[in-house]
Structure formats: structure tokens, C-alpha cells
Design a protein around this ligand. Structure first.
Ligand code: AMP
Length: 542
């Protein structure tokens, strides 16, 4: 017997429809690429997204077509999220920080038919246009006054396209499993792989991520996603914040400490989300300028491990509580967020900071387990560590065009992360499986060693890699960028580990460098470091 409840498909357009109706006056504020701050409301955003849907039809875009974006966080990009998916096409967000060769590979692989670009990336596209076989039109996301001279063929101006349409448009209703958007995973080896989201997975992910134990968003918040909309849907924030009717503040291309502070203060931002690197910039600016961030209550940090020292500095110097989060492109992306549970009210400050180093607990909708090399499930005791596997409502079931399968026969997805899970369900990433250091048959967590190093006041950034060793197979080398003016020595750093980890985990040596290599999404590019230190001989190996 079936229940007798309405069977309404979960469609992305319904999220904006809701916000425009019940939070129509709530603001979306953007720092534009052209310079000025732009503000309008959810009601305006819905009108313009409908104009955009009609403009797309006029360009010949139909259901299922892939429409690419190369753009920062801003209101026009937001309109593309809703306009493209809302009319039944697939919004394909491309990370402009990838190498040009990877971008053209991705456009061709996705067979994008139209490419929307911010002014910033026009030149980048001009340089690869001859390789983009499937693209029928380019649209520059600006107005006529700012339209550049460009050699791009079939090029249109965004505002002119919209001005030619009215907003008399009803969002179409279709199957909730229809593809809505796609991102390519930014793996550091091999070609990027496409992850194709559906309307259903996107809406479920947004509903779940609103909850108090996830991003904790309500209509009383002003949320600034610093995580770019070209990297895993800005962690779904353009959907979840809209669903909550909260104020949305978008920083555009200026992500330095001063620019972020100006928006946080001016727009009374309560919540934000981003990778650790951007918060280093904000902390540095606040310290040097002596300015405060009174409205800012919670900061979601993920994408890379959040060092303990960052949670401490945010909380103690600025009153911002850090929520360590973990996820992946393949997971829409949210998997876990670190909030305490009932019964943990008496947790000491030190215990809380220790807990915050972990990536947190999953919410309903994500299931996790850790396994050994034989795919046997390991105990969840906070000690055993193995490869983390996941499944859930917003986890990919396969890659676009069936490439590179990472699923086992029971449908679990192998994340490539190595983790522990404790009895309370708190997951702690100890490494990427390819970064873990194998010493004498045991594993050493490079992330844990990095976290300790950045806790030293003389250290700006740190990476730990395994170096070949005749006796132990591999031993850890700590590669460090010193803080300006610091005269820190290798001996200082090595003795800093005393009592903080097991003796055999302590790095054998320290190399000082001017900067560390990063991927297009701000993660440490350890493959490059390993290449650079390939012939390095550790003092213990001589
Ligand atoms: P991406 O698909 O680019 O978002 O990258 C996902 C990967 O980033 C994960 O598989 C992890 O290796 C890493 N990652 C994300 N969040 C965290 C975190 N909080 N701590 C450590 N690694 C993380």
C-alpha cells in the first residue's frame, strides 16, 4: 500500500521560488569583478534567473545541455546556478585555477555548449578557443559599458541577453533525478573526472546542511561563502542559504584579509565557510590592524585539515567558533561537521580544541566506515585507521561517462582518505592514502605532524612527506615556510615534537623553503614536493 501524500519532485527551482516568496526582501550582496558592491533581493534574483532561462532558450540551449561557468562568487553566477538548472540544463562549474590544458579537456569532455565567463577569464578562454570543439557561444558576465574587446567567436554580453527577455516564465516540472549540475574532481593525478549531481541530491544535501549539527543556517544569519562557487558548488551554500532565506554575501575575487573583513563587518556576517588558507589571511590582517569581527559567530573550515592553532586563534582572539568540516566533490560535498553532543557540556577548553582537530560526525544521509587493505571493516575505536568509505543520498554512484570506478560491489565509495572513527562517530582524517608515511611497516600521519608544526609561532605553513630510507622504507621530512622575520632552526622544530607524538613519528629532518606548492583548490601539492625532494638524503640514512 502506498502512502497518500503529495509526490512533488525535489527541484532546485523550488528553492529560489520559496526564497522569493517568503524571504523576498532578504539581500544578496556581491563584490563585483567590475569593482562596486552590488545588492539586490531574492525576489530580484528569481526574476533575473527566469530572464536568464529564457535567454538560454533563445541561445538554443535545451534540457540536458551542459552550460559552463568560469566565474567568482557573485550574483550573476548565482543566477546561472538557478537559471541553468531550473530550465532543465546542466550547470557545469569550472575551476579557472586549473591549468589551461585541464580546462579545455574538461570543456570537451563535458561537451559544453555555451560558456559563461567573468571578465577575469576572457583572456584565458581566448588562448584555448581553437581547442573548444563543442562550444557554440560565449557570454561575458558584464554589461555593455564593461564589455571588452575580444577575439572570442559568437560572443554575447550577459546584461544585453537578459534585457531582451522578460520574467514571464514558469519553471518547468520534471523528474527529480534529472542532472542539474556538474563539477570535475580536482584529483592531483590523471585526468579530472566528472561528478554529475541531480536535482534530488542537491535539494536533499541543502536540506540536510541547514541543520544545527551541520552548517546551522537560519533566516537570522548573514552567510558569506568564501569557498568558491567553482569548487564543489561552494559547499552547497548557494542552495542551503537560499532555502533558509538568510542574507547571502559574496566576496567576488577579493579574498585577502582586508577585503573579507570589510564585508564581514559591513554586512554583519554571522557565518562563513572556506579553506584554512583564506582564514590565515584574515587572522593575519586582524592581528596587524587590531580590528574586530563582532558579528562573526561561526566559521566552517574544511577542504584541508584545520590546524588546532587556527581554532584556538579564531576562538580566543576573535570570538569565532570553528566548525571543522570534511567532504569531497564526489559527495556534493558535505560529509561531516564537528559539533559536540549532548553530555559534552563539561568538556574542558583543551579537550574541545583536541576534538576540533577531528573532521566531525556525519548527519543523517551519509554513512561511513573504515576498512583495511582486504576491505574488512575496522573497529570504530578512535585508534584503528584505514581507508574511509562512504555512501549516501548525495554521494556519486559513478563518474561521468563511467570513468575510473572507485566503488566496491556493495556500492560503497572509496574516498582515498585514511581515517579513524571513534565510538561517538567522530571521524579523524589521518592522511590521503597516497600521502601516508610508511615507516617500518607502520603508518605515520603526515597531517598530524603538519598540524603540530603550524602550532609553532615561527611557522607559516608546513608539509610532511615520506623520504626513502634504507632501513625503515620511508621516514618523514618536514618542509617549512617560516614566518616573516623568524629565525627558527631545524633543531628547534624537531625538539618541539617532544612529548607531542610517539618518538618514532618525529621527522628525521627539516627543510626550509620560500613557499609550498598548492593545487588549484588550495591543497598542498605533495606530489610536486615529493618530486622536488626525490634525491634528498636524510641524515639518518647516511
Ligand atoms: P575536493 O573534492 O577538492 O573537495 O577534495 C576532497 C578531499 O579534500 C578529501 O578527500 C580530503 O582528502 C580533503 N579534505 C577535505 N576536507 C578536509 C578536512 N577537513 N581535513 C582534511 N582533509 C580534507
Amino acid at each position: 500500500m502506498f502512502g497518500l501524500m503529495m509526490d512533488q519532485p525535489l527541484l532546485i527551482s523550488s528553492v529560489l521560488e520559496f526564497a522569493a516568496k517568503y524571504h523576498g526582501e532578504s539581500e544578496i550582496v556581491s563584490r563585483t569583478v567590475e569593482g562596486p558592491i552590488h545588492r539586490y533581493t531574492y525576489a530580484d534574483a528569481q526574476s533575473r534567473s527566469k530572464q536568464l532561462a529564457k535567454a538560454l532558450q533563445a541561445l538554443g540551449v535545451s534540457e540536458g545541455d551542459r552550460v559552463a561557468t568560469l566565474a567568482w562568487n557573485g550574483y550573476r553566477h548565482y543566477e546561472l546556478y538557478y537559471g541553468v538548472s531550473g530550465m532543465g540544463a546542466v550547470c557545469h562549474m569550472i575551476n579557472p585555477r586549473l591549468f589551461p590544458g585541464q580546462i579545455s579537456y574538461i570543456v570537451n569532455h563535458a561537451e559544453d555548449s555555451v560558456v559563461f565567463t567573468d571578465l577575469t577569464f576572457v583572456e584565458l578562454l581566448e588562448g584555448m578557443v581553437s581547442e573548444l570543439g563543442t562550444v557554440k557561444a560565449f557570454v561575458v558576465m558584464t554589461d555593455e559599458a564593461n564589455m571588452p574587446e575580444t577575439s572570442l567567436p559568437n560572443v554575447h554580453c550577459y546584461e544585453t541577453l537578459l534585457a531582451a527577455q522578460d520574467d514571464d516564465y514558469t519553471w518547468p516540472v520534471f523528474d527529480e533525478n534529472t542532472a542539474s549540475s556538474m563539477c570535475y574532481s580536482s584529483g592531483t593525478t590523471g585526468n579530472p573526472k566528472g561528478v554529475l549531481y541531480s536535482h534530488r541530491s542537491t535539494v536533499l544535501h541543502a536540506m540536510a546542511s541547514l541543520a544545527p549539527d551541520m552548517l546551522n543556517i537560519s533566516a537570522r544569519d548573514s552567510f558569506m561563502p568564501v569557498v568558491p562557487m567553482f569548487h564543489v558548488n561552494a559547499w552547497g551554500v548557494p542552495y542551503s542559504v537560499t532555502m533558509a532565506g538568510a542574507k547571502l554575501v559574496m566576496p567576488g575575487m577579493e579574498m585577502d584579509g582586508e577585503s573579507l573583513h570589510e564585508l564581514i563587518d559591513g554586512e554583519r556576517v554571522t557565518l562563513s565557510a572556506g579553506v584554512p588558507t583564506v582564514w590565515l589571511g584574515l587572522l593575519d590582517y586582524l592581528e596587524k590592524s587590531g580590528k574586530s569581527v563582532d558579528s562573526f559567530k561561526y566559521c566552517v573550515i574544511g577542504g584541508s585539515a584545520t590546524p588546532r592553532a587556527m581554532s584556538v586563534a579564531m576562538e580566543e582572539n576573535h570570538g569565532v567558533h570553528v566548525l571543522h568540516a570534511w567532504g569531497m566533490t564526489e559527495m556534493s560535498p558535505l560529509g561531516t561537521v564537528n559539533w559536540p553532543k549532548h553530555g559534552m557540556e563539561d568538556e574542558t577548553e583543551e579537550a574541545r580544541y583536541d576534538r576540533q582537530v577531528k573532521q566531525g560526525r556525519p548527519c543523517y544521509g551519509v554513512d561511513m566506515k573504515i576498512v583495511n587493505d582486504d576491505n574488512e571493516t575496522l573497529p570504530e575505536d578512535g585508534e584503528a585507521f584505514g581507508e574511509l568509505k562512504v555512501r549516501g543520498f548525495w554521494v556519486c554512484s559513478q563518474y561521468y561517462k563511467g570513468e575510473g570506478d572507485s566503488h566496491d560491489d556493495d556500492g560503497w565509495f572509496a574516498t582515498g582518505d585514511v581515517a579513524t572513527i571513534d565510538a561517538g562517530g567522530y571521524m579523524h582524517i589521518t592522511d590521503r592514502s597516497k600521502d601516508v608515511i610508511k615507516s617500518g611497516g607502520e603508518w605515520i600521519s603526515s597531517i598530524e605532524l603538519e598540524n603540530i608544526a603550524v602550532g609553532h609561532p615561527g611557522v607559516f605553513e608546513a608539509a610532511v612527506i615520506g623520504i626513502g630510507h634504507p632501513k625503515w622504507d620511508e621516514r618523514p621530512l618536514l618542509v617549512v615556510v617560516r614566518n616573516e622575520g623568524s629565525e627558527l632552526t631545524a633543531e628547534d622544530l624537531i625538539s618541539y615534537y617532544d612529548g607531542k607524538v610517539a618518538k618514532w613519528w618525529i621527522p628525521d629532518d627539516v627543510a626550509f623553503v620560500d613557499e609550498l606548492p598548492h593545487t588549484a583548490t588550495g591543497k598542498l601539492l605533495k606530489m610536486d614536493l615529493r618530486d622536488r625532494f626525490e634525491d634528498y638524503t636524510l641524515p639518518t640514512a647516511e
